[in-house]
Design a protein around this ligand. Structure first.
Ligand code: CTP
Ligand code: MG
Length: 228
């Protein structure tokens, strides 16, 4: 089967508190989003990249994307990440008769390495369900009470942090995104809700999601390592 990338980039970046959505902040002179797309674009098995922006996005057109000819831009972002992904999947499904692998990758993860991307595809291309890049939780985890005291220390031995790309087949993934999407923050959880058990593929902590202001400087330091 084919491989298609889907990049949800319709978020507002509220925790970043910047003047524009975080995917358009500059990293080594290029938008964060450019870096996230570039690594997908260098993987020869990915036929094209579907980018989902919010309707009327005024920022995208201000930058040069001409070095990414296999990019296809849709303006059908939703109110939540899961809705944005569902809208993108529905568009792909209506334009193709087959059932390609879809690699959903956050616009806000510019430090994905080529080797992690290659490894993910190598490990999952023959899988029955699919899976995701993830890393073991490195720190001690506390469950808190509402008034900010420790209620419990949660054993971390079996805890993982979910990253992207997350790789599933188009039609089961679209089916998993029908109905209420309230609690869905990644594609794996949509599949889990259907009874599937996605595979965890060990990635790198360098594949951070830019979320808070301090993450941008960290990403700038990690970027050369991500692009050997
Ligand atoms: N995203 C999206 N559509 C939404 C919300 C999020 O496409 N309605 C995308 C973001 O653009 C980002 C990815 O999903 O690439 C991960 O989401 P997150 O880190 O939460 O980004 P934001 O929602 O933009 O940030 P915040 O939650 O701080 O507002
Ligand atoms: Mg968000």
């Amino acid at each position: 089967p084919r491989f298609v990338a889907l990049v949800p980039a319709a978020g507002s970046g509220s925790r970043m508190r910047a003047d524009c959505p975080k995917q358009y902040l500059l990293l080594h002179g290029k938008p964060v989003l450019w870096h996230s797309l570039k690594v997908l674009h260098t993987e020869p098995r990915i036929s094209h990249i579907v980018l989902v922006l919010t309707e009327g996005d005024p920022w995208f057109a201000r930058f040069d994307w001409s070095d990414l000819p296999r990019l296809q831009v849709l303006y059908c972002g939703g109110a939540s990440r899961a809705e944005t992904v569902r809208n993108g999947l529905a568009n792909i499904a209506s334009n193709t008769p087959d059932d390609p692998w879809i690699l959903v990758h956050d616009a806000a993860r510019p430090c994905l390495s080529r080797s992690d991307l290659t490894h993910l595809i190598d490990q999952l291309h023959a899988d029955a369900v699919g899976g995701l890049l993830a890393v073991p939780v490195p720190e001690t985890v506390k469950r808190a009470t509402l008034d900010g005291h420790v209620a419990q220390t949660v054993p971390r031995q079996d805890l993982w942090l979910a990253q992207t790309p997350q790789m599933f087949r188009l039609r089961p993934l679209l089916a998993a995104h029908q109905g209420v999407l309230d609690t869905i923050t990644d594609e794996a959880s949509a599949m889990e809700r259907q009874g599937d058990s996605p595979r965890l593929i060990t990635g790198s902590r360098n594949n951070l999601k830019i979320t808070y202001p301090e993450d941008l400087a960290l990403a700038a330091l990690l970027l050369p390592a991500a692009d050997p």
